[in-house]
Ligand binder design. Structure first.
Ligand code: SF4
Length: 163
């Protein structure tokens, strides 16, 4: 908290100390994992104020990716040298929007989580990529199911807020 208050010359000094410490600990090599972004759906039951990703079903640019689109994007990512398929999505849109529930039913699924698990398996079986999912709040059962078809998982802790 105190570091967040630093300004002016002290801030410049703080940056140079941070850089020095980083270089000393990590050297000059930057490592990263090449991943292709698979935004399964941008519909979301939540409304985080900073979020530029979320859409309502009737907003322009609202989508659910089809399995064919998931495969197409994954294969293109693999062709360009990616190693991971990063699944992102809104949080349980079917809890708020009948349109999302209908769309999932058309696709043959009862929930976004069911669809995600299936798309992870598809990518794992049909491409050389390793899935990494970043869904919203998850139950223990969701984590167990995703564990079977993901190399790693992300958790959006901000949407556990009651507000
Ligand atoms: S939960 Fe995620 S997708 Fe939904 S509004 Fe918040 S940041 Fe956006």
């Amino acid at each position: 908290m105190a570091l967040g208050e630093v300004s002016g010359e002290d801030f410049t000094l703080l940056l140079s100390v941070a850089r020095e410490l980083t270089d000393r600990q990590k050297g000059k090599v930057i490592r990263f994992s090449r991943k292709v972004f698979i935004p399964l759906t941008n519909l979301c039951r939540n409304r985080c104020r900073y979020c530029a990703f979320r859409r309502n079903p009737d907003d322009p640019g609202a989508w659910f990716m089809s399995p064919d689109q998931v495969l197409e994007v994954s294969r293109e990512g693999a062709r360009m040298g990616c190693r991971e398929a990063l699944f992102s999505m809104g949080d349980k849109p079917e809890d708020r929007f009948p349109e999302a529930e209908r769309k999932l039913r058309e696709l043959g699924y009862g929930s976004t989580m069911d669809y995600l698990v299936s798309m992870c398996r598809l990518v794992l079986e049909e491409t050389p990529l390793l899935p990494h999912s970043n869904p919203g709040v998850m139950e223990e059962g969701d984590l167990k199911r995703l564990k079977e078809v993901n190399a790693s998982l992300g958790l959006m802790v901000e949407n556990t807020s009651p507000g």
